[in-house]
Design a protein. Structure first.
Ligand code: SAH
Ligand code: SF4
Length: 344
């Protein structure tokens, strides 16, 4: 007899294949996915619209095991930061960010990250492993049930580099988009990359309109290399080409994330380089005040510095939004919670 498997590890395609072998109709796939991801049912016996014989077969071959909550920290502004244990005990975090009608979950794609950006707490953890698509989906499912709200947006801005775990990230995104599970529009699912160029080309060829965000942080090659070592491998010229290609294929605006680090990337020469870089890329710029992490040689910008930099960027032809700092009191920035945990 084959070894018993976690039923969550079957995506739509795998489930369809499995059920076809049993001569089952395709609508059973919708039903099972709905039990797993919409109703959060943990007991196959309770899949009441599935015939008893099929339930028995499923029970023989599968079990259902889910991630576990470690901690949930509530911020005064309504955001909640979660730390979860995966099935092998590794820890990842995820953040819930309510904003009016919009309920966003920020998910992780890897345990740690290999890219070691200087400003990032996750980078300091190093790389442990990739998340499976169902572990990523579990983050959103758990949080949805916890807050009892429909999740409208998902952003891959937690721990890890989504384009270095491309296949699982796309499988998770498809599950979020599925009509029988999370029903989140593809346009409301954002993949944020530090600039892994092959991933941008691949995303441009996907049939879904998933949204691309690129962490730019500097449009000056030497500074970008200093802040983000991966920029040596994927330089700004090639990155620009890839982003233009993505736009021509998809006709979707790109978002650039730009962390303001005072006196490092917010001077006049930085603004000039940034303006030249985005020149004809239809985009939105998301300005993020640097959130200090232990061991990094930077300080946070003052309110005054943020205001000054922001107002200069507002002269650009594209929209520049200032990301509200959410959950600062609960250490809301990427990777910080798991980092602090690892130091305990
Ligand atoms: N690896 C991907 C996605 C995870 S990082 C990427 O780099 O895009 C998600 C976002 O958090 C990035 O835009 C990153 O620049 C930002 N971030 C990381 N550390 C930060 C910090 N200390 N303060 C503010 N933003 C930070
Ligand atoms: Fe990795 Fe993104 Fe953090 Fe860089 S910013 S270390 S790519 S998670």
């Amino acid at each position: 007899m084959p070894e018993s498997k976690n039923l969550l590890s079957l995506d739509r395609r795998a489930l369809k294949e499995y059920l076809r072998q049993l001569n089952e109709k395709d609508f059973r796939v919708d039903q099972i996915l709905n039990w797993l991801w919409d109703k959060s049912e943990n007991n196959i016996e309770n899949f009441s619209n599935i015939p008893k014989s099929l339930r028995n077969l499923l029970k023989e071959e599968f079990y259902i095991e889910r991630i576990k909550l470690e901690t949930a920290q509530h911020s005064a502004d309504g955001s909640i930061k979660f730390l979860f244990s995966l099935l092998d005990g590794e820890k990842v975090e995820s953040v819930y960010i309510p904003d009016g009608e919009r309920k966003t979950v920020c998910v992780s794609s890897q345990v740690g990250c290999a890219l070691g950006c200087l400003f990032c707490a996750t980078g300091k953890l190093g790389f442990k492993r990739n998340l499976k698509f169902y572990e990523i989906a579990e983050l959103v499912r758990f949080i949805r049930d916890y807050v009892k709200e429909r999740i409208t947006n998902v952003v891959f801005m937690g721990m890890g580099e989504p384009f270095l775990n491309y296949d699982e990230v796309i499988r998770a995104s498809r599950l979020f988009n599925d009509n029988h599970t999370f029903k989140i529009g593809a346009r409301k699912i954002t993949l944020s990359t530090s600039g892994i160029i092959p991933g941008i080309y691949r995303l441009a060829e996907e049939k879904e309109q998933f949204k691309l965000a690129v962490s730019l942080n500097s449009a000056i090659q030497s500074k970008r290399e200093y802040l983000m070592p991966i920029a040596k491998k994927y330089n700004l010229t090639d990155l620009r080409k890839a982003i233009m290609y993505y736009f021509t294929r998809k006709r979707r605006w790109v978002t650039f994330e730009y962390i303001q680090i005072p006196r490092l990337n917010d001077g006049d020469e930085d603004i000039k380089a940034l303006e030249a870089f985005i020149e004809d890329i239809p985009c939105k710029i998301n300005l993020i005040p640097y959130n200090p992490v232990p061991g990094a040689p930077f300080r946070a910008p003052t309110e005054d510095e943020i205001k000054k930099f922001h107002s200069k960027l507002l002269k650009f032809k594209y929209t520049v939004t200032l990301r509200k700092s959410r959950g600062r009191d609960i250490k809301g920035a990427c990777g910080q919670l798991a980092y602090l945990k690892s130091k305990e």
